[in-house]
Design a protein around this ligand. Structure first.
Ligand code: PDD
Length: 278
């Protein structure tokens, strides 16, 4: 694989990142993941909007234009002949001797790589996945896409050990989001529920793109939080992310959702999203 490190494209074996990189020492870094289908980036404008927002919120001055960032992504796709998969970008605050406090003069460190992966037509896409329910262990600024992901790692690993494919996180009696996805349920009367944007969750780009498609189809999306019980009693459920697109959820904790198969609305949303992506 050819990866991008600090301004250069190099074979991954030759990539070197700094020991004193604050991304490594403090998780002081932000990232983005963009889906690639058929060699094309999906919803990338939304991902670059969010990258810029994350950088702004943490006062990390990347100093590259959107065009330059998208140029790095395009080059990664081309050099790796990537058809299907994801592109990961990360910007850390920079390198300095270990100190919680940082100087404004640090030079941000920008890296990126591709991961080849089939995103569409997979068994999970066809049959749906199971998600566990777990207390949300994370901090209070989940709207910033930081590389500080240990809460998600622990929650996902525990869910896997319990036999689930993934996990939805719960705080104050409400589902916040999936550990690396936006959570959605569909009520018996066909309303799609998604939590409204706040500091409690990451604003999902896939969710946003899907919401725009739904609006054009006159499908109702209601932005409100829902409880684990509501989720388990829902007619249908699904999660969205750049790496899983529109993924049916057929089991939540100890309850089967609907009849245990991806429902008709979820199928329709999957098709809508793929059609727009293709
Ligand atoms: N995660 N919520 C969280 C906590 C996430 O980590 C993600 C994405 C999402 C969905 O966002 P989007 O639709 O923009 O991908 C929601 C990526 C895929 C990851 O960490 O690998």
């Amino acid at each position: 694989r050819i990866v991008y490190v600090y301004g250069q494209f190099v074979p991954e074996e030759e990539a070197r990142i700094g020991l004193f990189d604050r991304g490594f020492l403090f998780g002081d870094a932000v990232y983005e993941v963009t889906a690639v289908i058929g060699g094309r980036m999906i919803d990338n404008d939304l991902h670059l909007d969010r990258l810029e927002r994350s950088l702004r919120e943490l006062a990390i001055p990347l100093g590259l234009s959107r065009k330059e960032i998208a140029g790095v992504q395009a080059e990664l796709i081309a050099r790796n002949a990537l058809r299907d998969g994801t592109i990961y970008l990360q910007v850390s605050r920079g390198e300095a001797d270990r100190d919680f406090l940082y100087s404004d003069a640090l030079a941000p460190r920008f890296v990126g790589f591709t991961q080849a992966k089939t995103l569409t037509g997979t068994k999970a896409q066809q049959d749906g996945i199971s998600v566990d329910l777990a207390d949300d262990p994370r901090w209070h600024r989940r709207d910033i896409k930081t590389a500080m992901l240990l809460g998600q790692v622990m929650a996902k690993q525990a869910a896997r050990a319990r036999g689930f494919d993934d996990v939805w996180l719960v705080e104050n009696g409400l589902v916040t989001e999936g550990a690396s996805s936006t959570a959605h349920v569909i009520t018996g009367d066909g309303r799609i529920l998604t939590r409204a944007a706040s500091r409690a969750t990451l604003p999902g780009c896939t969710q946003r793109a899907l919401a725009l498609l739904c609006a054009a189809e006159d499908l109702a999306i209601e932005e409100r939080a829902f409880t684990p019980n509501e989720a388990q009693a829902a007619a249908e459920a699904f999660q969205t992310s750049a790496s899983s697109l529109v993924m049916p959820v057929v089991r939540i904790g100890d309850r089967v959702v609907g009849n245990g198969k991806p429902g008709p609305m979820t199928r329709k949303l999957q098709a809508l999203y793929l059609e727009a992506a293709g």
